[in-house]
Design a protein around this ligand. Structure first.
Ligand SMILES: [Zn+2]
Length: 108
């Protein structure tokens, strides 16, 4: 068998005369569109910032758990400022919380 026959066979298999329908093209474009929406808006960051900071304080690996938020914080000064303020507040709350836990344990 020569290479031309092989190419012809492959061509036949993929039915080159059948054009892509508009639906198929639109569907493909929609997939691309959704992939781009992966980027989160500031509003979405705000709504998840407390969760992110909590995670950061708990496991110190929030950037790995929520990489999209970390990415946004790197790019958006506004959200980053908010994040640092929240981190500051929550670290303080965490200290107080630990003290309460300790006193609760000693009371038992
Ligand atoms: Zn932002």
């Amino acid at each position: 068998m020569n290479i031309r026959d092989l190419i012809q066979r492959v061509r036949n298999r993929f039915k080159p005369h059948e054009e892509l329908s508009n639906e198929a093209v639109l569907g493909f474009l929609r997939v691309l569109e959704e992939a781009r929406v992966d980027e989160l808006s500031c509003a979405e960051i705000y709504s998840k910032l407390d969760e992110y900071v909590e995670c950061e304080i708990d496991c110190k690996d929030a950037a790995h758990v929520m990489p999209l938020i970390r990415e946004h914080l790197d790019l958006c000064a506004e959200c980053c400022e908010e994040y640092e303020a929240l981190l500051d507040v929550m670290e303080h709350m965490n200290d107080t919380g630990n003290e309460q836990v300790h006193s609760g344990k000693s009371a038992l």
